[in-house]
Design a protein around this ligand. Sequence first.
Ligand SMILES: [Zn+2]
Length: 238
Amino acid sequence: MKNEKILFIILCAAAFCALLIWAVMPGRVKEAAAQNNGTAPAVMIIDAGHGGADGGAVSKSGAKESEINLSIAIKTEIIANLCGVHSVMTRKDENSLHAQDADTIREQKVSDMKSRVSLVNSYDNALLVSIHQNSYEGKASGAQVFFRKGSEISVETAAAVQENLRLALCESNSRVPAPIPKSAYLFSHTTCPAILVECGFLSDAVESDLLREDGYQTRAALAIIAGYLAALQEQPPS
Ligand SMILES: [Zn+2]
């Protein structure tokens, strides 16, 4: 048996054990919410970035960001459900959310973004978790989490997810959370607590290969939910 196959089986077994641990703690979120004086977000909106004609960043080997985002988002939703975290997804397949009368790619991108904004704004007391992959012309690697400035739960969640991603994906990752840029449309047109998770760099050959692996994606998804649950417990009662 090839070493890669053995490693994949070990990773799957580790992910399965982690899932079991979370699955036998159905009261975890309620406990965290109770400690947080009941102010926990009522729903996590899991947003797989890009989709449809907008593939996002592309690795040198041809891996599309939109596909990796979706794969990690689906895993995040499965783990959220196992942990009792109520969640919804902005998209569940490769299609974008544009209106039928949007013809050009630009029109489709604008329409898709407006649909995501309406969906996010239709929920009260939500936490938006947007999943993306990074890209840079120079040498760069490592997951990084961004947060909505001025939102305490966003800052706390970003810090906890960043630490969990470091432990789950690459212990030497020294990146720290940063504010979401004001130019990001989805975040400048919504107001709920929000984090943007850049799981890694598609421009880095080694990291882009890892980001395509099921086991690596599962670890990223586990880190997002584990970080969220940790942040809930650290929030002081309001
Ligand atoms: Zn992106």
